[in-house]
Design a protein around this ligand. Sequence first.
Ligand code: G3P
Ligand code: MG
Length: 236
Amino acid sequence: MVVFAHRGASGEAPENTLAAMKKAMEAGVKAVEFDVQLSRDNKLVVIHDYRVDRTTDGKGYVMRKTLEELRQLDAGSWFGEEYAGERIPTLEEVVELLPEGTLLNIEIKSFMLDKRDIAGMVVETVERYGIVERVIISSFDHKLLKGIRKRSRDMKIGLLFYGKLLGIDEYRGFKELDPWSIHPSQDYLDEDYLKHLKGTGCRIYSYTVNSRERFEELKNLGLDGIFSDYPEIGER
Ligand code: G3P
Ligand code: MG
């Protein structure tokens, strides 16, 4: 069972910051999930919401701010005073921080109105760092995922979705997409549904599982991995 620290160890440190990544590493976690977006000046930054309001002391859309503007924001105080001064990291900083042997799930948050090639920039970064082997790129935007597959045969793709996707084997373009893993919400996961998803031959990683009880339940059903804000609930 793979346990991904969801947005880093986001139950214990401010989500998607280097502090949250370090917390996960200190706890011996071997897999981390985080969200990436593009700044106004085409830099890949690690943040979940489209706006900075909830997780920083600023206001406004991520895509409308330059990296320099984003860097001025405090991304830690909202979580706890001891994290004051924590910054929104770049994708490169997170990649450089996480030690070799760590599995990275880079979730691309695409923005419908934004026509820039964020997927291409993520793929370029992953290739440049030579970490294709230990990266899974996922997104709720399946068109974007299909674009990645066209560009690269080797990239591991995580098919991420909200609701219950019945008839997954008949999902249009599934074979060509050739996902490494499927990432369903745990809200809909039961024995039958898991069996259905596993029938594709993909690994099944489910989000977001924060209780040990639910973790044990899903593990017994044969789930391959979870995303958790408290990754220490899992075994290592
Ligand atoms: O990638 C799994 C999970 O992170 C998807 O939901 O909203 O937490 O990014 P969200
Ligand atoms: Mg995410």
